[in-house]
Design a protein around this ligand. Structure first.
Ligand SMILES: *[C@@H]1O[C@H](CO)[C@@H](O)[C@H](O)[C@H]1NC(C)=O
Ligand SMILES: *[C@@H]1O[C@H](CO)[C@@H](O)[C@H](O)[C@H]1NC(C)=O
Ligand SMILES: *[C@@H]1O[C@H](CO)[C@@H](O)[C@H](O)[C@H]1NC(C)=O
Ligand SMILES: *[C@@H]1O[C@H](CO)[C@@H](O)[C@H](O)[C@H]1NC(C)=O
Ligand SMILES: *[C@@H]1O[C@H](CO)[C@@H](O)[C@H](O)[C@H]1NC(C)=O
Ligand SMILES: *[C@@H]1O[C@H](CO)[C@@H](O)[C@H](O)[C@H]1NC(C)=O
Ligand SMILES: *[C@@H]1O[C@H](CO)[C@@H](O)[C@H](O)[C@H]1NC(C)=O
Length: 388
């Protein structure tokens, strides 16, 4: 029985590689994953987190196809393969449902009825990313928001309900690219629920919590690596191209050290060997919002968000629009039977001559008073937290 470290286990679901092109994508994906992970960790966005690099890469690659110059270069996110077309066709066709493993992935483009999009861009989106283009009227903001969120909910089997909201979407929105990904897979070797037990999870030296953990004894691909100071365990799904890898520090609270060199722990060409292993893993569910703008800006992607943005391959409209926001929501649940995971990423592109909006979002402690113009203040108060 090993003590599980802090709140976050590194989880990686990955697909087997099929060709040189896929290898290139795999490398770019690993680099993007490692950088993204480090940034999320540095920004302390949340303690338990879940990031979906693939969904982000797909929508970013899609809008990159409409970008030119520096805007396009920065959005490449390590994918510098000139054969973008074949690359993504190959990646998308490698992701398919098999017995007891359902994969759903779709991408949609919502375009403002006031924005003219080049035919080549629509064609490219359709051919390469299988993206459907729909024309919407962003004046009817609420209606469009519901429409997009309904699509994402359907696409992710209701695991992700609200990807876009006001004030991200407004009358000046020109394009939204949205990707929805859903996976549901059974373990190749399901855990017997009768072995599930309450086991103490050690959050840190001072705190531990009793939680449900599933248990199994079987031959699994496993390695205890003395140099990396970690145990690697692979749980294969019924479709054995899909694997969930768990990385557990061998020192008591060694996750920090692993995270510092995260790229050493991502899937590599070398593989693990089968060993008899007694496995105990928490049953858990995680939901997360990821601020991809912060992540990309930390990676040096700046032009697409600035007045220098150039989306001239998307439209001739001048001035060229800018990226207003990139939002990602993720979901993962694992239990004795298998795993369900979902993600959605939305890129919001908006006009530059939108009058600046003032946003008042009272989602933090604030002060208020009630007053009479002639008499003065009747009441003053502060609001620091909702009633529990
Ligand atoms: C993140 O948390 C660590 C320790 O919990 C702290 O040292 C660091 O300053 C925090 N960083 C930010 C950006 O909040
Ligand atoms: C877009 O695709 C359609 C049909 O697939 C084709 O007829 C048209 O010529 C293409 N347009 C451009 C600009 O590539
Ligand atoms: C949308 O709103 C703008 C200004 O708010 C107006 O000029 C435009 O005519 C409206 N378009 C539609 C289709 O309602
Ligand atoms: C929901 O998704 C399924 C396929 O996953 C599709 O057949 C159906 O038309 C979608 N429904 C809506 C309302 O989009
Ligand atoms: C644990 O408790 C000790 C003493 O109460 C305290 O000094 C230490 O900072 C705590 N450690 C953590 C990780 O909370
Ligand atoms: C990370 O890797 C570098 C170079 O491989 C090594 O020098 C360093 O000690 C490693 N850090 C940790 C915390 O393992
Ligand atoms: C992209 O930029 C290059 C160099 O600045 C320019 O020659 C080309 O016309 C631009 N492409 C489009 C579609 O605007």
């Amino acid at each position: 029985m090993y003590i599980l470290p802090t709140l976050c286990l590194a989880l990686i679901i990955w697909c087997a590689r099929a060709s040189k092109l896929i290898d290139d994508f795999h490398d770019a994906n690993s680099k993007f994953t490692a950088e993204g992970y480090k940034i999320i960790r540095r920004l302390n966005l949340t303690s338990n987190f879940l990031f979906c690099p693939l969904s982000a890469q797909i929508v970013v690659a899609l809008i990159r196809a409409g970008a030119n110059g520096t805007t396009a270069d920065e959005l490449a996110l390590h994918i510098h393969n000139p054969k973008t077309k074949q690359l993504f066709s190959k990646v998308l066709s490698s992701i398919k449902s098999k017995q007891k493993c359902e994969f759903k992935m779709a991408t949609n483009l919502y375009i403002s009825d006031k924005y003219h999009v080049k035919k080549q861009f629509k064609n490219f989106s359709k051919k390469v990313f299988r993206a459907t283009t729909e024309v919407v009227n962003f004046n009817e903001t609420k209606k469009v928001i519901n429409y997009i969120n309904d699509w994402v909910a359907n696409q992710t089997k209701h695991n992700i309900k609200e990807i876009v909201s006001s004030p991200d979407i407004h009358k000046g929105t020109e394009i939204i690219a949205v990707n929805g990904l859903y996976f549901n897979g059974d373990w190749l070797y399901p855990f017997d629920p009768t072995f599930t037990d309450r086991i103490r999870f050690h959050v840190n030296n001072n705190k531990s919590i009793l939680i449900n953990m599933m248990r199994s004894e079987n031959k699994f691909k496993y390695r205890k690596d003395a140099v990396l100071k970690a145990q690697f365990l692979e749980l294969p799904f019924y479709d054995q191209d899909v694997i969930m890898t768990f990385i557990l520090p061998t020192t008591r609270f060694g996750l920090d050290k692993i995270e510092e060199n995260i790229s050493d722990y991502l899937p590599h060409r070398r593989s693990l060997n089968y060993h008899a292993v007694s496995v105990t893993i928490p049953i858990f569910k995680v939901e997360c919002n990821i601020d991809l703008v912060a992540i990309l800006k930390n990676m040096g992607v700046r032009t697409p968000f600035s007045i220098g943005a150039d989306f001239s391959r998307m439209s001739d409209t001048t001035p060229s629009p800018v990226v207003g926001n990139i939002i990602q929501k993720t979901f993962l649940e694992i239990n004795e039977k298998g795993a369900t995971a979902a993600a959605s990423t939305a890129v919001v592109i908006e006009g530059r001559n939108v009058p600046p909006r003032n946003i008042f979002l009272a989602n933090k402690p604030f002060l208020y008073y009630l007053w009479h113009k002639k008499v003065g203040i009747f009441f003053i108060g502060r609001y620091t937290s909702p009633k529990e």
